[in-house]
Write a new protein. Structure first.
Length: 346
């Protein structure tokens, strides 16, 4: 039970950091005190070490931990007495009571039970209103203080919180273009228009981890149109619906997730051509469908649960006539997309 209590108490009250190397004796480092302040270490009521705070505001004091049953360790409570001209750190075995504070001293309790061993360094930080303790295995080197330039720059170097995983819904739009649309439907006839249109894009991503996810999306561009003619006039319009199923892989860079994706798309298209020769009007229509590949990538910038994204995708639009026949389509689409993502999953 004693071992279980020790582990629970350490988990609740102590932040444990592994050091590089091993201390040759028990040490106490007291941090963030005025330069020149005397510090005394008291072990079970006996003064075992003293030191004076250096120019960096810290002092490290070694002391000898008595052996008990052949082991130099103890489960201890730690208190700090703040006196007018000095600071006193009291390390008290859990089976004993701490001596009362001296007259004019104010005692600050540090919650928790600490496993004090010869290989440890106790780092006591007196800067917060309530002192804190780091229990270090080995020697301890405090982090470098920030320069005035770094302070002025703010917290730009602080790592961003992990980006969301789980369910993310999105909606947006962008530009859709078919590489061979004009060439296919204009041929050698002069015509206007082209294979580019704006469209709507929406769907959902499920990030299984913060780096890997799956996505389903739908893209619906406006009708692509070309028209022209010499001795006759024609107009061709193409409507496309495209669904995609993608695997995604991303990495975090601050508040940004940069991702690549790839998978398959399914399209349905309807192509309608109206020709006018003198007074005669002729209308031709065919429909296609089919599965093919899609790949791309992009980035999303997160602010809490909302993100702005931008991405570029390439999709093969390839298929046969939906009702049978000889009609086919074999083209390549490019999509520049942007929109809003909303995290709705845990």
């Amino acid at each position: 039970m004693r071992s279980v209590w020790r582990l629970l108490a350490l988990a609740a009250a102590v932040q444990v950091t592994l050091g590089v190397g091993t201390a040759s004796a028990q040490r106490v480092m007291v941090r963030h005190l005025p330069v020149g302040t005397p510090v005394e270490i008291v072990l079970n009521g006996d003064a075992v070490g003293t030191g004076t705070v250096a120019d960096d505001g810290d002092v490290t004091i070694p002391f000898a931990l008595p052996e008990k049953d052949g082991k130099a360790e103890m489960d201890a409570n730690i208190h700090v007495d703040v006196c007018e001209k000095m600071r006193r750190v009291l390390i008290v075995d859990q089976s004993r009571s701490a001596p009362p504070p001296a007259e004019g001293c104010d005692r600050k309790e540090i919650s928790g039970l600490f496993w004090v061993r010869r290989v440890n360094t106790l780092v006591i930080d007196l800067e917060p209103p309530n002192p804190t303790v780091l229990l270090i295995n080995g020697n301890y080197t405090p982090p470098r203080p920030r320069t005035p330039e770094e302070e002025a720059a703010g917290d730009e170097s602080t790592p961003h919180a992990p980006l969301p995983k789980g369910l993310v819904m999105f909606a947006g739009g962008g530009q859709f273009s078919l590489r061979d649309f004009s060439t296919t439907f204009c041929g050698n006839v002069s015509c206007s228009g082209g294979g580019t249109a704006l469209g709507l894009h929406f769907g959902a991503t499920y990030w299984i981890t913060r780096n890997f996810g799956v996505e389903g999306s739908y893209f619906n561009p406006q009708t692509l149109k070309v028209s022209g003619g010499n001795a006759f006039a024609f107009e061709t319009g193409m409507r496309v619906d495209m669904w995609s199923v993608l695997g995604k892989a991303g990495v975090q860079a601050g508040a940004v997730r940069i991702y690549g994706q790839g998978g398959t798309n399914y399209h349905q298209s309807t192509v309608t051509t109206t020709e006018t020769i003198t007074a005669a009007l002729q209308k031709i229509e065919f429909q296609t469908k089919g599965w093919n590949w899609v790949y791309g990538g992009g980035a999303e910038v997160w602010i809490k649960k909302v993100a702005i994204y931008g991405e570029f995708d390439v999709a093969w639009i390839k298929g046969n006539a939906r009702a049978g026949g000889e009609a086919k389509i074999d083209d390549r689409a490019r999509m520049f997309l942007t929109g809003i993502r909303l995290h709705v999953g845990g």
